[in-house]
Design a protein around this ligand. Structure first.
Ligand SMILES: [Zn+2]
Length: 111
């Protein structure tokens, strides 16, 4: 329905939008923002958890010397950046694959 018609429905919320407003997955800007925000929340949680876990490991087992303190802080920062980025893409991919950011349908609903 994307080509030849000027309007199309969002695959997530089923609202009618101009086809130019939908992205290549046929999602409207509102649903895109929702999935982006959810991805950002999970990204921060995963990034902070991974960084704290690595910091605990380094503090308890590696016993970082003050000589390489900058290296350890850079390692923690890179851990946060990489794990949060991965978590964001995984969460966004999950919602894209599920077909929407709304709650999943109950058992009696037709799919
Ligand atoms: Zn939508």
């Amino acid at each position: 329905m994307r080509f030849g018609s000027s309007e199309s429905s969002c695959r997530s919320c089923a609202q009618i939008y101009p086809a130019s407003d939908l992205d290549r997955y046929l999602w409207c800007p509102s649903c895109r923002n929702k999935v982006r925000r959810r991805g950002a929340v999970w990204a921060r949680l995963v990034g902070i958890t991974a960084s704290l876990g690595l910091a605990g490991y380094l503090y308890l087992w590696v016993h970082p010397s003050s000589r390489f303190l900058l290296f350890y802080f850079l390692t923690l920062a890179m851990t946060y950046l990489l794990t949060s980025r991965i978590a964001m893409f995984v969460v966004q991919g999950y919602y894209r694959a599920r077909g929407g950011v709304a709650l999943p349908p109950t058992d009696g609903a037709a799919r």
